[in-house]
Design a binder for this molecule. Structure first.
Ligand code: NAP
Length: 314
C-alpha cells in the first residue's frame, strides 16, 4: 500500500511508542516472532498498539501506522511524523540490534551556535530549550541505561530521570577513575539502579549505600576505562541500549572507540565565546579531512536538532 501524507500529532503517539518498546523488551522470544505492529487511532484519537501480520509493508495514514520492524524506515516517515519518526528509528534499531546481539549507543547534548556545550566555567543550564529537555527525557525513556562523566555529575548534579515525560527511568551510570573524590556529588544520586564504574579502588567509607560501585581494573595508558569495558559491564547487567549525555570528555572516549551509532545535538542560537566542546576530536587541517555524518534536522521552537548517523549506513 502506498504511503499517504498526513500530519500526525506526534505527542499523542508517545504512549503507544512506549508500549511498543515494552512489548519488544518484555518477552524477547515473542518479539522475535512478531515482525510487525500496527498503531491504530481509536475514536477518541488515542493511538493503540496491535500486533500485525509479518508481511505488512510500511503504511502511514492519519489513522494507522504499520511498522515492519525488518524493513528500513521510509524517508516519508520523517516528513510526516517529525520527532516521533526519530523515536521509531531508535526502536527499529533496538529491535534489529537485539536480533544480531549488538548494543545500541546514542549520544545527546545541546550546544551553542559557536559549538560549546558549557561555558568555560562549566555552566550549561540551559543551552537547550524546554522542548529539548522533553526530547532528552524521551531519549532517556527509550534507552535501558544513561551514562555521564564525573564532570557532568559535579557541574550539573543531574537526576538522570524521565521526570518531564511518561516512561521508565533508565539505569544510571557514572564514569570516573577515582570514585573517592565524588562522595558528596554521588550522595545526591543515592537511588537504586545507580552504578559507578571506576578504575581506582574504593577507599572512602560511607559512600552512598544505594549505589553499586563497579571496579574495572583495566585502563588505557591515561588511566581511563576503555569504553568497550564500560559497555561489557553494562551488557552483563542485561541492558541492551545506552544514552550518553556527556560531557565532552566522556563523549570523546566513546566517539574515538567508534561505539556511538547516532547522536542528537540541539543547536541553540546563542554565543558563548569559549567553553567545552561536545566532541573533543583531534583537529584537521583541511575541510576535506573532516568527518561528515548523514544527518536529519528537526525544529524545536527556536532551536534546531541535528540527528546524526555515526555508523555510515544511513
Ligand atoms: N550542553 C549539554 O548538553 C551538556 C551535557 C552534559 C554535560 N554538559 C556540561 O559538560 C561539562 C562536563 O564535561 P567534561 O567534558 O568536563 O566532563 P565529563 O565528560 O562529564 O566528565 C569527565 C570525567 O568523567 C570521567 N570519565 C569519563 N570517561 C571516563 C572513562 N572512560 N574512564 C574513567 N573515567 C571517565 C573522568 O572522571 P575523573 O576525573 O573523576 O576520573 C573524567 O574526568 C559540564 O560543565 C556540564 O555542564 C553539557
Amino acid at each position: 500500500m502506498p504511503i499517504q501524507h498526513h500530519q500526525i500529532d506526534t505527542e499523542a503517539l508517545w504512549p503507544a511508542l512506549l508500549e511498543l518498546r515494552e512489548s519488544m523488551h518484555a518477552n524477547p522470544s515473542y518479539a522475535e516472532k512478531i515482525k510487525s505492529w500496527h498503531l491504530l487511532r481509536d475514536s477518541g484519537s488515542r493511538w493503540i498498539l496491535r500486533e500485525g501480520e509479518q508481511s505488512t509493508a510500511w503504511v502511514l495514514t492519519n489513522k494507522l501506522i504499520s511498522l515492519n520492524l525488518q524493513q528500513d524506515l521510509p524517508a516519508n516517515f520523517f516528513d510526516t511524523l517529525g520527532l516521533a519518526a526519530r523515536y521509531l528509528e531508535l526502536l527499529h534499531q533496538q529491535y534489529n540490534y537485539k536480533q544480531s546481539n549488538e548494543f545500541q549507543i546514542t549520544a545527546s547534548c545541546a550546544q551553542s551556535l559557536d559549538g560549546f556545550i558549557a561555558t568555560n566555567t562549566g555552566d550549561s543550564q540551559w543551552i537547550g530549550n524546554k522542548q529539548n529537555l522533553v526530547h532528552a527525557h524521551k531519549l532517556r525513556a527509550l534507552h535501558d541505561g544513561i551514562l555521564v562523566g564525573s564532570g557532568t555529575l559535579h557541574n550539573d548534579a543531574p537526576k538522570l530521570t524521565v521526570r518531564h515525560v511518561e516512561g521508565k527511568n533508565p539505569s544510571r551510570f557514572i564514569a570516573t577513575r577515582n570514585p573517592n573524590q565524588h562522595q558528596e556529588a554521588l550522595g545526591k544520586l543515592n537511588m537504586q539502579g545507580t552504578y559507578v564504574l571506576h578504575s581506582q579502588k574504593l577507599a572512602t567509607p560511607d559512600l552512598p549505600e544505594a549505589i553499586c560501585f563497579h571496579h574495572i581494573k583495566k585502563t588505557d595508558e591515561d588511566g581511563f576505562l576503555k569504553p568497550q569495558d564500560i559497555v561489557k559491564v553494562i551488557r552483563d547487567l542485561g541492558l541492551h541500549s545506552l544514552l550518553i549525555e556527556g560531557g565532552g570528555k566522556t563523549l570523546a572516549h566513546f566517539l574515538k572507540a567508534n561505539l556511538i551509532q547516532s547522536a542528537d545535538v540541539q543547536i541553540a542560537p546563542m554565543l558563548l565565546g569559549d567553553g567545552l566542546k561536545p566532541f573533543a576530536t583531534p583537529p584537521v587541517a583541511r575541510i576535506s579531512q573532516s568527518k561528515v555524518f548523514p544527518a536529519r534536522t528537526f525544529t524545536l521552537n527556536d532551536q534546531v536538532l541535528l540527528s546524526m548517523n555515526f555508523t555510515g549506513d544511513n
